[in-house]
Design a protein around this ligand. Structure first.
Ligand code: GLN
Length: 285
């Protein structure tokens, strides 16, 4: 280590290093990582920047900046990500909760539900947010990945939702076992990136997020085929399913829902005007 540096000098050096590595918002990331190392909220950083920064903190910060320059997502370096006003633990075993998915949350909260199913729960961000927002509800989250379920379990317990959220390992509805349970709301943000589109993803996603969470290794619609096919068997009459989609998948996913016997198909857009959620309902008899 060199001579002790002021927080300001250390930050400036880190920003330069990240910018050189082509990181899109170097100042934001450097501040978040320094705040993380110092154990303070990023918004308070300027008020309490140490002068000088201790050797231990400086060394820890330098290590994080080097990993960020190698394109590790900030969430993997801090171990957490904010989603719908709550903090979620994230690791390389789960998809990072994304702001677009808050559109799905908003749409779900317009529904009345007490019995919720989240297919491919990952970090648990959708299931746990909805249960936290609706205190009379309970739900099940399924995932193929045991490692993801371990992260979801930690998030569930940290949010004090242990008694209302059940997590089960398995493929889509198969995780529910023999007895066909019925739900008044099914949600999912499944892997929807087509295999052919994987090379075009940014390094943070392609190299650092779980492949299982990103792609079906096919045309990007594989998960929706499975999810739509089982929906009528797992919804109560009048129940609704909401799935996040890629911006060009609305008509294909809507068609899959209709083929599966669902109706009242609607598409919800995100803040950029891109199709983001498909909604469908099991008609009452
Ligand atoms: N349900 C989780 C999320 O929306 C995980 C989704 C996934 O892994 N494809 O973040």
């Amino acid at each position: 280590m060199g001579a002790p540096m002021t927080g300001t000098a250390l930050l400036a050096e880190a920003v330069r290093q990240l910018a050189e590595a082509g990181i899109p918002d170097p100042a934001r990331d450097a501040r978040r990582l320094l705040a993380h190392v110092l154990g303070i909220a990023p918004g308070r950083l300027t008020l309490v920047l140490p002068d000088p920064v201790s050797q231990d903190h400086a060394a820890a910060f330098a290590a994080l900046i080097a990993r960020r320059a190698a394109r590790a997502p900030v969430s993997h370096l801090t171990g957490q990500r904010a989603f719908y006003g709550r903090s979620f633990r994230v690791t390389p075993d789960v998809l990072d909760p994304r702001p677009e998915t808050e559109i799905l949350i908003a749409a779900a909260l317009e529904q009345h539900f007490t019995h919720l199913l989240d297919l491919g729960t990952g970090s648990g961000c959708i299931l746990l947010t909805l249960l936290a927002e609706r205190s009379e509800s309970r739900g099940i989250g399924t995932d193929l990945s045991d490692a993801a379920l371990a992260v979801a379990t930690r998030n569930r317990d940290a949010l004090h939702l242990t008694s209302r959220a059940t997590l089960r390992q398995g493929d889509w509805y198969a995780a529910l076992g023999q007895v066909p349970e019925r739900f008044d709301l099914i949600v999912s943000n499944p892997p929807y990136i087509a295999l052919a589109e994987m090379p075009g993803l940014e390094d943070e996603v392609r190299l650092h997020e779980p492949r299982l969470a990103l792609t079906d290794e096919g045309d990007g619609l594989g998960a929706y085929r499975a999810i739509a096919a089982g929906a009528a068997r797992h919804l109560v009459p009048g129940g609704r399913i909401l799935v996040e989609i890629g911006p060009d998948q609305a008509s294909a996913v809507g068609a899959l829902m209709r083929q599966a016997g669902l109706g009242d198909v609607a598409v919800i857009q995100d803040f950029d005007g891109r199709d983001r959620v498909v909604s469908a309902r099991l008609q009452t008899l």
